[in-house]
Ligand binder design. Structure first.
Ligand SMILES: Cc1cc2nc3c(=O)[nH]c(=O)nc-3n(C[C@H](O)[C@H](O)[C@H](O)COP(=O)(O)O)c2cc1C
Length: 190
């Protein structure tokens, strides 16, 4: 699939994109083509190092509807919230970049928001294939992609809850907030 770079300001409203339409949050990397099975096995979950004789990828994706887009530290940023039990969490921790992908069918998003990549190959089940552009990895089936470089990561802290009802959302699994600089906004051309 080919993508062109567009201006983030020419996209739909972020509340519609994230809260209403939902997104796939992805992180991971391409693994060298000559990577041996033993090396792949040393990655913490070989099943998700999908590979062919040409290329291999070690990545995961999950559905999100909480997050936003705005400005921080003088840069365009996206912020997302990931609970520690998500398989995607460890990819978010390991990688310098993450992506937000939009325009996927709701069935695909529902599947990736229900099944954990830790428990099964939901990426294949959802019919998704990885595309790498520079440092970013995202599902090739997306229409629009925000490529983000991690700037800041911090756990939501219950001592900061002003409205006590927020505590009802947690059972010791506070989200980690990631703020990433939006370094590229990609739109599918074909
Ligand atoms: C509409 C929707 C929105 C979601 N938003 C988030 C979110 O913002 N943060 C989060 O940690 N989990 C969120 N989830 C839950 C994860 O997508 C879900 O637990 C997923 O299976 C995790 O996959 P993983 O274990 O492969 O990372 C959402 C699920 C759905 C269906």
């Amino acid at each position: 699939m080919s993508f062109e770079t567009i201006n983030i300001r020419d996209t739909a409203h972020p509340v519609k994109l994230i809260a209403d339409d939902w997104a796939l949050l992805s992180a991971g990397r391409r693994v060298a083509a000559h990577t041996s099975r033993a090396e792949l096995a040393s990655l913490e979950n070989q099943r998700h190092a999908s590979n062919s004789c040409e290329e291999s990828y070690h990545w995961n994706t999950m559905t999100i509807s909480w997050g936003g887009v705005g400005e921080m530290w003088g840069r365009d940023v996206a912020f997302v919230f990931v609970r520690p039990q998500r398989y995607t969490y460890q990819f978010m921790q390991q990688q310098d970049y993450f992506t937000l992908a939009f325009g996927l069918p709701k069935e695909t998003l529902a599947l990736c928001g229900k099944i954990s990549g830790r428990d099964g190959d939901k990426i294949a089940q959802a019919g998704l294939t990885p595309q790498v552009e520079g440092d970013a990895i995202f599902p090739a089936q997306a229409d629009l992609v925000l490529v983000c470089r991690k700037l800041h990561a911090q756990d939501i802290d219950s001592t900061g809850f002003v409205d006590p009802r927020i505590a009802d959302y947690y059972d010791g699994d506070h989200h980690r907030m990631y703020i990433g600089e939006i370094v590229q906004c990609l739109r599918k051309t074909a």
